[in-house]
Design a protein around this ligand. Structure first.
Ligand code: ZN
Length: 355
């Protein structure tokens, strides 16, 4: 099969054709120059790396109901509505809802998800069970429950997860953060946290100890963004989640500061785990709030940057021998990054034999 149109990948966007065999890229070149001379089925579209949902809390998928009009802390903060609902749900109900959320992401072509899984050791176990056998790479950042941190619990979580994801520097003191980061890094795992979501926090609070990933920075000042960019720490933004609480971070400023941007859908009780909806909303809300962001920056955040962060650069480059299979979308090739950021949907995914 030959897809003629455009490629969007780590090298940006360009006109191209891509020849695929059983979902694998075997040939790439300028449109009209393929070696098959009409012998292969040809379709028109865009070929790109598979999207990654870089920030979720899938555990609360079973608690999805119209949320009351209240602030972040009342809804998803420690002791808030989310944790009350979670406490009332059985492990089986949570697992079934997490599996449904993962299946939905698979349907959207998402190949990896980075989840902040609360609820200690059982929380991580539930998500691992929910993900069994699904073709999506589930990277779990667990969260120890006991304070002060109990090293036995922390080590158990580290053994079964990709690291630790905590609430924020406002909610976890520096002793806790330092201990968690040190143990995680010693085990070769990640340490991640939310930052400047409800109020601006000083960068020292969330950059020390040095995290591997930050989430939100909704309220960060431009100098803060520059400090994060200098530290080369990627930031996962979740604009639909921010919008629900009346906030719209300026992603054009993120781009100007040089932030390595990732896209996440945040709490599954608040938003569906769709990367396509997330990028479309980010693009449109930038226009609505008079701080337009480049579609190319958003497309990179959804399809390219996460693979570099996950240390799988081979999945970000559409070339013969690319690791894994790319995504093919039946979209017009003009202005391809814009098409991807604003118009991609599950219905436009072309089966390539890899699915
Ligand atoms: Zn979050």
């Amino acid at each position: 099969m030959i897809v003629e149109g455009a490629i969007v990948d780590v090298d940006g966007a360009r006109p191209a054709y891509v020849r695929l065999q059983k979902g694998r890229v075997v040939e790439v070149g300028r449109p009209g120059t393929d070696s098959r001379r009409g012998k292969d089925k040809k379709i028109h579209g865009i070929v790109c790396p598979r999207p990654v949902n870089s920030h979720t809390h899938l555990g609360d998928a079973a608690a999805a109901q119209d949320p009351p009009r209240a602030g972040v802390s009342e809804i998803v903060g420690p002791g808030g509505l989310k944790f009350q609902r979670l406490a009332a749900l059985s492990a089986a109900a949570k697992e079934a809802a997490m599996r449904a959320a993962l299946e939905r992401m698979v349907g959207e072509g998402i190949a990896a998800v980075v989840d902040f899984r609360e609820e200690g050791v059982p929380g991580v176990e539930e998500l691992r069970r929910a993900a069994e056998g699904l073709p999506i790479d589930v990277r779990i950042l667990g969260r120890p429950l006991r304070r002060p941190v109990e090293v036995g619990e922390l080590n158990r979580i580290l053994r079964m997860s990709e690291g630790i994801g905590i609430s924020s520097a406002r909610e976890e003191n520096s002793l806790t953060r330092t201990l968690i980061a040190e143990r995680a890094h010693r085990a070769g795992k990640w340490f991640a946290l939310h930052a400047s979501e409800e109020v601006r926090e000083s960068p020292e609070a969330y950059l020390l100890p040095k995290p591997d990933l930050l989430v939100h920075l909704t309220k960060a000042a431009f100098d803060d963004l520059e400090a994060v960019a200098r530290a080369r720490i990627p930031v996962a933004v979740c604009l639909r989640s921010n919008a629900l609480f009346g906030r719209g971070p300026d992603l054009a400023e993120f781009a100007r500061a040089g932030i390595r941007l990732l896209i996440g859908s945040d709490n599954a009780m608040l938003n569906s785990p769709s990367v396509f909806r997330e990028t479309e909303f980010a693009y449109l809300s930038g226009r609505l709030l008079h701080h337009p962001v480049d579609a190319a920056y958003l497309a990179r955040a959804a399809f390219v940057e996460p693979w570099l962060w996950l240390d799988e650069p081979g999945r970000a480059h559409v070339v013969p021998g690319m690791s894994g299979s790319p995504l093919v979308l039946r979209l017009p090739p003009e202005d391809p990054a814009y098409q991807l950021a604003t118009r991609a949907t599950e219905q436009l995914i072309v089966p390539t034999g890899a699915e």
